[in-house]
Unconditional design. Structure first.
Length: 623
């Protein structure tokens, strides 16, 4: 009888468990506002096996504005013909001495990575960043281990398998994207660093724990799209969202923060076969395409847009630099990711670069008449009659990606003019590095522009017009110290001094530079990124030599006992010394050192015909 009673109790408990399980499933189904998902895959089973329960939090949160239907997933077959090769078909034969030189340089960069990685492990493990002078930790991106996740693919690429396995285990077991101490998170930064880093590490290693974690991050980010028009809140209070508060996209949104989510969320859809993430970013891309020809500079979008009203054409400032940059960067990269040489992204890329060449690119006046370009700023300034264009010959580190962008885009669209721009823009950043006595360029600065119109071509120009404009640029670019001094005085008019040489000496201005607006170097990767791409698409070893010269200057300037640190001033004023900022953002390990390492690797390591890098240097497998 006792045995029978136990069996009855056990049977009753099992029945109750089944009822509760069914009831919970029905409750979730009833509360879900999303359309039916694709059937479960092997990935989903693996995910449930490896993920802690808290990581499913964002999948249980109800959406206030459900999407009725999703755009279908893209496929490479949708393209009428395969894309052209990006990477050079052949690289020069390497002598034994040249090979040893290349590998010695690569080892030096790997040693620097290991030094910085050890500092992070010893002093800031699982935090966002290590402070490379004081050896403390800080959390600047949600406290979710930004350096750890940003570095995963670099560990794999450098062959550091033991370190990679340890890092993946830590991420799988301890990284929980559920809450943060921050009032708001930057959705763009979260997407490119965390989602991008996890997807890339998965693409490289095949470790499905990483894919499971990426899926969780993607679901968190997807909640930021829960707005009436399904465009995201880019500075997002995830705590309010988790409590079910209704939200709207902002009327003042930076272009880069809304236009640079496409690669990561598209790749997530492709590897999970869940179309909702691709659908979310494709809505943004379609809004960009619809408004591209309606702005004050048709072909370009302003720096600030209204995401709530879907007005991407009403702002007054235009640039390829910070706050806008990666929106343009992702146009050719989406072509590569999807294997599509025509269509939405190709059209937007071609239109934007034609406008950039006409309105933004300028040539600086230099003592040696270097044939270089920089992308400047244009402000549409209201006056009594209409709006007039005011071009600012400003540039900075964030604009140095443009050479690589046009190199990639030029290959994909088979546009030799874009390849020419790519060379001149990349050479411009190399020149800027060499102009400073430290060998490193600052964050932002102003230059003395050539006197003639600086655009080298127009998409509608004839060949003869192109040649004439090019000749005029050469004729208007002879070095004129008086012209430089005039621009220096104008840039420093508030100082009250009329002595240009004194200003130049006090401010540490190299020739042609008129103002150093932001004197820092914060370990940025954009210049070496373009040099790496130019090397891979041309096969010319000169780019490796330029990279090495740049690396030696950067390491000499930024090296600390523990790692490498950002510096306050690359060109100290009279009486000042180099001062460390005690800061090392995650992109030092995730981007800068990765590109330096790759340029000294065998060319088939992450061939550009097979991989495309997001704006945080995370390589995704191309379709």
């Amino acid at each position: 009888m006792i045995t029978f009673g136990r069996r009855r109790i056990l049977t009753s408990l099992l029945a109750l468990f089944v009822v509760l399980t069914v009831w919970r499933a029905l409750e979730l189904t009833a509360s879900s506002t999303a359309p039916t998902k694709p059937p479960l895959t092997a990935f989903s089973e693996y995910e449930h096996k490896y993920e802690p329960e808290t990581d499913y939090f964002w999948r249980t949160i109800k959406h206030n504005f459900p999407v009725a239907s999703f755009r279908p997933l893209p496929s490479a077959a949708a393209s009428s013909e395969p894309l052209p090769h990006v990477q050079a078909k052949s690289f020069p034969a390497e002598s034994a001495a040249d090979r040893e030189t290349r590998l010695t340089r690569q080892r030096d960069i790997k040693d620097s990575f290991l030094k910085s990685w050890k500092a992070y492990k010893d002093h800031a493990w699982l935090h966002d960043e290590v402070t490379p002078v004081s050896g403390a930790s800080k959390d600047t991106f949600g406290g979710w281990g930004a350096t750890l996740i940003d570095s995963l693919d670099t560990l794999w690429i450098m062959g550091l398998r033991d370190e990679f396995d340890e890092a993946v285990s830590e991420v799988a077991e301890k990284a929980a994207f559920v809450s943060t101490r921050d009032k708001e998170i930057n959705v763009f930064e979260t997407t490119i660093r965390f989602l991008g880093g996890l997807l890339s590490a998965y693409d490289l290693s095949g470790d499905k724990r990483l894919l499971a974690k990426a899926h969780n991050v993607g679901d968190m980010i997807y909640k930021a799209f829960d707005t009436p028009n399904h465009l995201p809140v880019t500075r997002w209070n995830l705590h309010e969202a988790a409590r079910g508060h209704k939200q709207r996209a902002s009327g003042n949104t930076l272009l880069a923060e809304i236009g640079s989510l496409s690669m990561e969320l598209t790749r997530l859809s492709l590897v999970t076969r869940d179309p909702k993430y691709y659908d979310a970013v494709q809505r943004i891309s379609e809004s960009l395409a619809e408004t591209q020809g309606k702005s004050k500079i048709p072909g370009l979008w302003p720096v600030v847009v209204d995401a709530d009203k879907e007005q991407f054409d009403s702002g007054n400032t235009y640039t390829l630099g910070g706050m806008a940059d990666s929106t343009y960067e992702y146009l050719p990269k989406m072509m590569a990711l999807l294997g599509q040489g025509s269509g939405l992204y190709a059209d937007m890329y071609n239109q934007s670069m034609a406008a950039a060449a006409d309105y933004l690119f300028f040539r600086p006046m230099t003592p040696s008449s270097e044939d270089i370009l920089f992308p400047g700023f244009v402000d549409m300034v209201p006056d009594d009659a209409a709006r007039r264009k005011v071009t600012r010959p400003a540039a900075g580190h964030l604009t140095c990606f443009t050479g690589g962008m046009l190199g990639l885009g030029g290959r994909l669209t088979q546009n030799p003019e874009h390849m020419s721009y790519a060379q001149k823009l990349t050479d411009g950043c190399i020149w800027a590095y060499k102009s400073f006595r430290t060998g490193v360029m600052p964050e932002t600065f102003y230059l003395t522009p050539c006197r003639t119109p600086s655009s080298l071509s127009s998409s509608s120009s004839s060949s003869s017009n192109n040649n004439r404009t090019f000749k005029q640029n050469h004729q208007g670019c002879e070095w004129d110290p008086d012209e430089w001094h005039s621009h220096v005085l104008k840039a420093h008019s508030s100082a009250g001094s009329r002595d240009a040489p004194a200003i130049i000496e006090h401010e540490g201005l190299p020739a042609s530079f008129t103002l150093i607006q932001d004197r820092r170097y914060i370990l940025r990767p954009e210049a070496i990124e373009s040099i790496f791409i130019m090397y891979r698409i041309t096969g010319d070893a000169k780019w490796q030599d330029r990279a090495w010269e740049m690396w030696r200057a950067i390491d000499n300037l930024t090296s600390t006992k523990l790692a490498n640190s950002a510096v306050w001033d690359v060109s100290p004023r009279v009486g000042s010394q180099i001062s460390m900022m005690d800061s090392m953002e995650s992109f030092w390990l995730g981007e800068t050192l990765k590109y330096f390492y790759l340029i000294f690797s065998e060319p088939d390591l992450l061939s550009l015909d097979e991989w495309v890098f997001n704006t945080e240097a995370h390589p995704f497998k191309r379709l």
